[in-house]
Design a protein around this ligand. Sequence first.
Ligand SMILES: Nc1nc2c(ncn2[C@@H]2O[C@H](COP(=O)(O)OP(=O)(O)O)[C@@H](O)[C@H]2O)c(=O)[nH]1
Ligand SMILES: [Mg+2]
Length: 368
Amino acid sequence: MERLGLVGLPNSGKTSLFNALTGGSAAVAAHPFSTTDTHVGVAHVPDPRLTALAAMSRSKKVVSATLDFVDIAGLVAGSSTGEGLGNRFLAGIREADAVCLVVRAFADDNVVGGTDPLDDLHTLELELVLADLSSVEAQLPKRKKLVRNDPTLAPEVEAMEAALPVLSGGTPLYRSDLGPELRAGLQSAFLLTSKPVLAVVNLGEDQLGDADGLVKPVAAELEAAAKGPSGPLSGVEVLGVCVQLEAEAARLDDADRTELLEGLELGEGALPRVIRAAYHLLGRRTFLTTGDKESRAWTFRAGAKAPECAGVIHSDLQRGFIRAEVIRWDELLELGSWAAAKDVGRLRVEGKDYEVADGDVLEIRFNV
Ligand SMILES: Nc1nc2c(ncn2[C@@H]2O[C@H](COP(=O)(O)OP(=O)(O)O)[C@@H](O)[C@H]2O)c(=O)[nH]1
Ligand SMILES: [Mg+2]
């Protein structure tokens, strides 16, 4: 299971965001070291397609896709050298597959910490870069020795040599212009700044009116070094979230939550956007199944073929895969039922090589 790690300075709102996303109850406190354990929680991915299909099928059970979030504590200045909680922080972030940077904009006299999100971003990036720099400096000489007898390590050596000046210059790898081959060569080095990132700017309720003004500089900064339209961070998602407000809303029942959020013109709130952005950042896609017993959203890896997707449901379905009957969710909805879609010949029959698309509704034929 892949995980998205929440990373930020103390009191930026990580634990509050984590609780809001996962319905958890990890301790929230205005104290730099309040979180000493790494918490893992599950967020449900809101999906209107699933809701619509479940209504169509009058499903007794509705199961959404999920995503794991980790509340990674302990990043303070000096973390890169393993001081204070630094070691725990480094271990936590190494286990995350992607990173959500939480930077603080909200002002509150009772909560210690700066309120300039760009300052937060720079401090965070510096610690991450320093940690990566010391990893590369430690690993490179060893690889250079090994490559003499093992030429297959050459791409790794080349990638680390290219990463070195980037990191020495203070730039995180996620916003460097290293090409895809060099990036691939860095995988075995387990560097922190080569993970995909998104960012959340934690806004105070009184700052909602100026959300754009506070979010844009962070977005501009993150995108700055990603050169050209296909740079690694082009289109990086930076989301303004009033974490405290959203956390309060998350504790309410559906009707009260809708009233609170819509009263503030926040629509469905920002949490669904954070979850969806994280889901896509991790390269995840959704296919659906629907029937009177259950409608369900399943997660698969972008680019996966039909048998692999069948295997997400059950290994028997992959092993004994014969074919998949497929229709896009909106087409199915328009036709009104699986039986109707079949009657008018709109179910496609797809074989082993079919690349499943996001939003496909599947029925797997199999034999074991
Ligand atoms: N005023 C205000 N306080 C917040 C907001 N988000 C978090 N806090 C408070 O800031 C403190 C630290 O939050 P926490 O989630 O524990 O931060 P963490 O150290 O990053 O995990 C707590 O007292 C929160 O209630 C916010 O949007 N506005
Ligand atoms: Mg915390």
